[in-house]
Design a protein around this ligand. Sequence first.
Ligand code: ADP
Length: 399
Amino acid sequence: MIGGGQLARMTHQAAVALGQSLRVLSGTAGEPAALVSPDVVLGSHTDLDALRRAAVGAHALTFDHEHVPTEHLDVLVAEGVNVQPPPQALVYAQDKLAMRRKLRELGAPVPEFAEVTWAEDVQKFGAEHGWPVVIKAVRGGYDGRGVWITGDPEEAERIVARELDRGVALMVEQKVEMRRELSAMVARSPFGQGATWPVVETVQRDGQCAVVLAPAPELSSAVAEEAEELALRIASVLGVVGAMAVELFETVDGDLVVNELAMRPHNSGHWTMDGARTSQFEQHLRAVLDYPLGDTSALVPLTVMANVLGAETAPEMSMDERVHHLFARMPDAKVHLYHKGERPHRKIGHVNLVGGAGSIDDPEYVAALRERAERAAHWLSHAEWTDGWDEHAGDGNGE
Ligand code: ADP
């Protein structure tokens, strides 16, 4: 796997159960996956020779991010490496403009968009489609970096001038009036088998995923089916192999619009580690290795995933002690830590809470589980309980 981040770390965890071992190409020995795999190649994902060293003898080569230059992947394929997803599919997760064009060609719902080669392009787009607009870096963005939303033509001009000057290729699109964000995750094997997990709601804060509700509450079965079919169709038409997230906006009118594609395990699928019959990490491996895919059904009516994000100032209490107190209070919290240094807003782990008996149509059931998941994640980030609970004064009975 190219990339030594948390996605590679968790994919390695799934590989172990399949009697496999994941070799990782990691920038440093201290990255999350390099710390757990016995087979680490140190090097950069932009260095063709490093990519070759990682690929030697491997059944397949896959990714924990989309930043490997397409031309390097084409070389590896020509040299006989089994690159999955193949570069001609992966490019639609790497290049937002190519993705928008392709999806429009397929008749998938996308916002109006245009390429930006000089400031005038954004002014023209705003005049035609209205303000505010969303300016995006065509390549290389993540967690909202490389996305600028503005209603001010002068600010737009400044952003475009600054970014073009830095050599960043840009596009512009309409700001979607949305009710919320959803994600439809799917996996596809080279054999052509496809499987979708239930559609989830992703809650974003500051352009970054904070919470996932799986499945998405208050989603009609017609819209859920539409999203799953769309994801399967995109995977099949593009020839995707592995896991893919189709990030969606649900508009205020209840329609779906595609935001972007990620061809790898994805934050919106972390809930599957504890809440689905097959996790996205195992499924990604099964797909890439061309095994039959696993059952994707949910185990319970609702699973909530909350990201553990680095606090502004890391708490004095050690993570070890925080985990200790969390387990004392919430024995059912499933903690996944990435062994990353705590820096503000950095994703350092996540917590899954797998719901008990109840119904996704019961707002109180949903709110209660969500509150507990967010409380657990906040505790791990900040060493503070959102409800003021005192862990030393606890009655010893948990919650
Ligand atoms: P990244 O690749 O960094 O994840 P995205 O394209 O997913 O960037 O955008 C990050 C966030 O910005 C989205 O999750 C959404 O909240 C917001 N956003 C992006 N595009 C639009 C749009 N066209 N309309 C409204 N909000 C948007």
